[in-house]
Design a protein around this ligand. Structure first.
Ligand code: C2E
Ligand code: MG
Ligand code: MG
Ligand code: MG
Length: 285
């Protein structure tokens, strides 16, 4: 009987493995189809100019309207997309949609439109040979000005292979687009790459903003990063600002741009547009 039980346990284990594999294959197939089935959604989160207290730019963040599981956040499908290469299709879609949405907004209502839109690029995408062509196409087909587009890359991605990354970034910058280091301070990085890699924007990771209030040591660190960025001529953005007290501290430190739930959550591009753009009402006389 003991032997039978052991065998059953093994079968159960094997069945579970099998189910997990099927589940993964199913997820992968559905994710692959999501792009051309029109299940991806573009959300925009404001990047606020601290002095004016108004949206200066916006970050494009993807969501998946999964027919089986509802609206899904990137954390639940980007890892699989990266493993399977589907990320390249997703990023290409986001790039085009983000350029389109912001260009339309700039045309419709320049007073409230974001001056720039930033798009996240995965490691895999940086290695796609026609990345520069894809970016050029997104710009030319939508009419968005190149200096209105920022490409966000994490330190880890930038550092992967400097010999490949550097010329690639130069190519992109020759188009006129800007490069941002995303999640600054969390990667496997050295300051040396700030010298070697051409970047325009530095985004301080939210882990440095979290717990900022009441931690003098952390404040000194963030302050130093802001000054360093400014000295190098970079635009510095603080990520993950959730409280007014954090924003106040950052303002005192001279940080010019901030992003976070305190200033605006990511929302569908159309909703943000409707909320911020002034409806073209006839002026009362
Ligand atoms: P990220 O590029 O660092 O984007 C910022 C993330 O922080 C977003 O999460 C945003 O919703 C969240 N966030 C913003 N403000 C706050 C705040 O005040 N508090 C907290 N706790 N979080 C805040 P989201 O949208 O879940 O995206 C997570 C990550 O997924 C992004 O991090 C980015 O690395 C990746 N991602 C998102 N969209 C894309 C995409 O289109 N392509 C690629 N390759 N990656 C993407
Ligand atoms: Mg980002
Ligand atoms: Mg970030
Ligand atoms: Mg991140």
């Amino acid at each position: 009987a003991a032997k039978d039980q052991g065998k059953n346990r093994f079968l159960t284990f094997e069945t579970q493995m099998h189910e997990q594999l099927l589940n993964r294959l199913d997820q992968e197939a559905r994710l692959r189809d999501a792009v051309h089935r029109g299940e991806l959604r573009l959300h925009l989160q404001p990047v606020v100019g601290v002095a004016a207290g108004q949206m200066a730019g916006a970050e494009a963040l993807v969501r998946w309207q999964d027919p089986e599981q509802g609206l899904r956040m990137p954390g639940s499908f980007i890892p699989l997309a990266e493993e399977t290469g589907v990320i390249v299709d997703i990023d290409r879609w986001v790039l085009l949609e983000a350029c389109r949405a912001v260009k339309n907004w700039q045309d419709e209502d320049p007073a409230t439109a974001p001056a720039w839109v930033s798009v996240n690029l995965s490691a895999a995408h940086l290695e796609v040979p026609d990345l520069t062509d894809q970016v050029a196409y997104a710009l030319s087909s939508t009419g968005l000005s190149p200096h209105c587009l920022v490409l966000e890359l994490t330190e880890t991605v930038l550092m992967r292979d400097l010999a490949v990354t550097s010329p690639r970034l130069e190519e992109l910058r020759e188009l006129g687009v800007k490069i941002a280091i995303d999640d600054f301070g969390t990667g496997y990085s050295s300051l040396g790459y700030l010298r070697d890699i051409p970047v325009d924007v530095l985004k301080i990771d939210r882990s440095f903003i979290d717990g900022l209030v009441g931690n003098g040591r952390q404040q000194e660190l963030v302050n130093a990063v802001i000054q360093l960025g400014h000295t190098l001529g970079l635009r510095v953005v603080a990520e993950g600002v959730e409280e007014a007290s954090q924003l106040n501290l950052l303002t005192v430190m001279g940080c010019k741009f901030a992003q976070g739930y305190h200033l605006g959550r990511p929302e569908p591009a159309a909703d943000l547009y409707t909320r911020l753009s002034t409806p073209a009402l006839p002026t009362a006389r």
